[in-house]
Design a protein around this ligand. Structure first.
Ligand SMILES: Nc1ncnc2c1ncn2[C@@H]1O[C@H](COP(=O)(O)OP(=O)(O)OP(=O)(O)O)[C@@H](O)[C@H]1O
Length: 468
């Protein structure tokens, strides 16, 4: 018989969970103190432990208790319960190896399901020796309806970086926290925002996405907050803005760093007070929205440089998600490739040939500056060009993917390692690549850091055969 321990200083929670789980056939004990719970765990092993985060014991809160349980009984699944959800704590606990983090009160079906999932997870672990936290990547590909009404697929991947991303999405989605999503172009920031919305309680309400990068200075306020008829030249009719359109749902502001200081000020006020005042209007309208913003530049840097309001940044930064570039998720390339290939085959209604080993190797060696968007486009192109069942080989790849290896770049210089020019060139090559990686392949930033102008950098990239 599977054993469960409930640790909570509120006796009625212990009694309630004990009743629910005993009826399901589990052997359930409980304790109202952390110290007592540790004694019980020393004497008896438990399969699942429910543990309150804020225990009254002075020295033992849920975090310390779960650490001790992990040391004493690593196979036990720990479920931390809290009355005050905090995503940062949740992530810290998950990193410590707890199985799940849930908000009280739990109803009967939630409690039963949690135990079933935890036991199933243990069974899988013992059979397949999967690493801990694997349960978070339940399904490596998830299908959701995008805000444009299309059925979209989101590939999570199984690499460690990807699992971390999945954990963060899973934890933040059900909350109402504002989220800042950072990442290079094409890494999937908008997709992450959509996924968060689709897993939130707001999922049946609209997700409105605004690209702040494409808003003109004059129109930004009107697009966001709406305007009254005659508010400015050309305002022939009154119009509601994105905030009101998203009422009840989520507002996604892409490239937030591009908003003017003036609009940032209005945005801050709207977020703080949850009211919008359309341009040219004296009336205020209450809105209930969750805000998710994205940027491919480091917003903290923008704050330091005085381009982004620090108070707005702190207001938005209830949680930050860093979406990793594709080159840091190479272990997930096969999954991305097979998912995108399947999607193109479905679109084309025909099968495409397998990718040759050479093509796969080129994929692994390429830095993917355009990230997942670029991979998706390359897959579409090579599948389109492929004839049925014949292997897809290097000829189908766009030029930038043809491997220009370091050796090849170096071979342009005659002579051996003793050749001084060659040494200088190698050092330059290495330095430029390192700096480019450091600034996420942003060439202007790289040029600035290396104290050269953009044109010089372009010339060097060209002569060193660095294709970006
Ligand atoms: N994890 C993923 N699984 C499947 N497709 C993805 C994933 N991430 C991104 N994509 C796809 O890659 C493309 C680019 O994604 P998205 O627009 O979300 O990136 P972005 O980071 O917001 O880009 P930008 O910074 O240029 O706005 C889209 O077609 C999207 O469907």
């Amino acid at each position: 018989m599977k054993t469960i321990l409930i640790v909570d200083d509120e006796i009625h929670i212990c009694t309630l969970l004990t009743t629910i789980l005993t009826k399901e056939g589990y052997k359930v004990d409980h304790s109202v103190s952390g110290t007592m719970a540790l004694k019980m765990i020393k004497e008896k092993s438990y399969d699942v432990i429910f543990c309150d985060y804020r225990l009254k014991d002075k020295e033992i809160d849920g975090s310390i208790l779960s650490l001790r349980i992990r040391e004493m009984s690593p196979a036990t699944s720990i479920i931390v319960m809290t009355g005050y959800p905090d995503v940062r704590i949740a992530i810290q606990l998950i990193k410590q190896g707890i199985y799940d983090y849930v908000v009280k009160p739990l109803n009967a079906s939630q409690a039963i399901l949690l135990v079933q999932k935890a036991l199933l997870h243990q069974a899988v672990l013992s059979k397949e020796q999967l690493p801990p936290a694997m349960h978070l990547t339940a399904d490596p590909v998830s299908t959701y309806v995008s805000h444009r009404g299309q059925l979209s697929q989101f590939v999570y991947g199984n690499g460690n970086t990807s699992k971390e991303l999945h954990t963060q999405i899973k934890l933040i989605a059900p909350t109402d926290y504002s989220v800042i999503i950072l990442g290079e172009t094409g890494t999937g920031k908008e997709s992450v925002a959509q996924l968060i919305h689709s897993q939130s309680r707001r999922k049946d309400k609209p997700l409105v996405a605004i690209d702040c990068g494409s808003l003109s200075r004059e129109l930004a306020s009107s697009e966001l907050f709406g305007h009254e008829k005659g508010a400015f030249t050309g305002a022939i009719q009154a119009r509601i803005g994105a905030f009101q359109e998203a009422d009840g749902g989520t507002l996604f502001l892409d490239e937030i760093g591009n908003l003017s200081y003036e609009v940032q000020t209005a945005l801050l006020r709207t977020i703080q007070e949850r009211v919008v005042r359309p341009v040219g209007s004296a009336r205020e309208v209450h809105v209930d929205i969750r805000i998710i913003v994205a940027s491919n530049e480091d917003l903290q840097q923008a704050v330091l440089q005085g381009r982004f309001r620090d108070d707005l940044y702190y207001r938005l930064n209830e949680f930050t998600i860093n979406v990793p570039p594709l080159r840091e998720r190479r272990e997930d390339l096969p999954l991305f490739v097979s998912t995108f290939k399947q999607a193109v085959e479905d679109e084309l209604e025909r099968e495409c040939g397998p990718l040759s080993d050479e093509v796969l190797a080129a994929f692994y060696n390429y830095p993917w500056p355009g990230n997942i968007r670029e991979l998706k486009n390359v897959m579409r192109r090579i599948c389109l060009l492929s004839t049925e069942k014949a292997p897809i080989n290097m000829e189908s790849l766009p030029e930038e993917l043809h491997p220009v290896s370091r050796e090849l770049a170096m071979s342009a210089i005659p002579g051996t390692e003793e050749n001084l020019k060659n040494v200088t060139r190698q050092a330059e090559y290495q330095k430029i690549l390192d700096v480019l990686q450091q600034v996420r392949f942003n060439k202007s930033q790289a040029a600035r850091l290396m104290n050269i102008d953009r044109k010089t950098l372009y010339n060097k990239l060209h002569t060193l055969n660095i294709l970006l």
